[in-house]
Structures are given as C-alpha cells and as structure tokens.
Design a protein around this ligand. Structure first.
Ligand SMILES: CC(C)(COP(=O)(O)OP(=O)(O)OC[C@H]1O[C@@H](n2cnc3c(N)ncnc32)[C@H](O)[C@@H]1OP(=O)(O)O)[C@@H](O)C(=O)NCCC(=O)NCCS
Length: 176
C-alpha cells in the first residue's frame, strides 16, 4: 500500500462539481444518493473530503473520509486499553463505492488501499486511534473484513482497524 498503482486509463481527483456524479451508480441506493446529493455540499462545508477515481470523465469509484470522535467505551478494549476515558479521535471511512459497470475488477481493493493510505498519511499530522466505518449491509461487511477490519463488540455493522494495525500493514507491504 506504499503507493497505489493505477492503470493508465484511471486517475484520482478530489470531487469537483463538473464531474458527472449524478450518473454514478454502484447498485447501493444510499451510497449513490450520498455521492449525487450530499458529498459535494459536505466537502464545501469542510465536513468531509471525497476522492473520485476517474476513467476518462466517468466516475469509476469514490470514497469519503472524515474525522470523528468515539466514546472511550465504544472502542474495543484492545485499542482503548491505557487511553484516557474521554472521547477519542478516529478517522472515518464514511462512504465507498465502485460503479456497477466496473465492479469485480480489483478497483474496490485499490480504492480502499488509497483511502487507508490517506488516513495513515493524515495520521502523521492529526493523530487518530482507529479507522472506523459503518457497513451498509452484510455484503459490504464481508468486503471490509477481507481487509483486516474487525467488528466493534456489540456493534455488528461498525468495523474498525486500529491505527497501529494500519501502520504495520503499510510497513509489511512496503517491505514486500
Ligand atoms: C463492495 C465494493 C466496493 C467492492 O468493489 P469491487 O471493485 O467489486 O471489489 P474488488 O474487485 O476490488 O474485490 C477485491 C476483493 O474483495 C472481494 N469482494 C468484493 N466484493 C465482496 C463482497 N461483497 N464480499 C466479500 N468479498 C468481496 C473480491 O472477491 C476480491 O477478492 P480477491 O482479491 O481475493 O479476488 C463494490 O461491490 C460496491 O461498490 N458495492 C456497493 C457499495 C457498497 O457496498 N459500498 C461499501 C459500503 S459504503
């Protein structure tokens, strides 16, 4: 994950109003509605940042990152152990989707890798304890669990990857 390699036909961009976000469909309505109607507004308000993977001018995929806080008691004990009993900083992988037209070609893996790399890089400046996300359904959960995300105890659709695990993952990949 040290650097995410892309085929020449794809490029990254921060979401921009000229990009055809209304045409995007990943087959999951909530995810599509977010990109079509909310992502840009939230970005303009500095609430989140959405990055898109462009194939020519079409949006092949996107992810949205934000910062957040969780209560001490809402983190798994493996992360919370030794931390102060107060709200703790997290990176939030808020949304992620790949266009239905190009699913199953490895782009979801690339998107998630880039999102985690962004989190790790930001974490060198603004520390966080874990990357957290809320799954939209069981399929999404199965996808994230392939990439070392674990369930928050008692919250079956909330998954986490500790910042320490993320750093080890990146280190292992950079040495591979
Ligand atoms: C989930 C999603 C992002 C996967 O994208 P994708 O481009 O099809 O995934 P990839 O082709 O990169 O697959 C990467 C790996 O994950 C696996 N995978 C893909 N979808 C999976 C799923 N639903 N459950 C389990 N594994 C899955 C693939 O088999 C592949 O494994 P491999 O590398 O061992 O072959 C895509 O299906 C999607 O956008 N779904 C709708 C939106 C959504 O659910 N977003 C997540 C919540 S916000």
């Amino acid at each position: 994950m040290k650097s995410v390699e892309l085929l020449a036909c794809y490029r990254w961009s921060t979401l921009h109003r000229d990009q055809p976000r209304k045409a995007f469909s990943c087959g999951q309505v909530d995810v599509d509605v977010w990109l079509k109607t909310k992502a840009l507004q939230h970005q303009d308000k500095r609430l989140s940042v959405t990055k898109v993977l462009l194939a020519q001018n079409a949006i092949a995929g996107f992810y949205t990152l934000a910062t957040g806080q969780v209560d001490f008691g809402d983190l798994p004990t493996s992360i919370a152990k030794g931390l102060p009993r107060r709200a703790l900083p997290v990176a939030v992988l808020a949304w992620l989707g790949i266009s239905s037209q190009v699913q199953g070609q490895g782009l979801g893996r690339i998107l998630l890798s880039q999102a985690l790399l962004d989190c790790h890089t930001a974490g060198q400046t603004f520390a966080f304890t874990a990357v957290v996300l809320d799954c939209v359904n069981d399929q999404a959960k199965a996808f994230y669990q392939r990439f070392d995300f674990q369930e928050v105890p008692g919250r079956p659709y909330r998954l986490y990857l500790s910042a320490a695990e993320l750093a080890s993952l990146l280190e292992a990949e950079s040495q591979a």
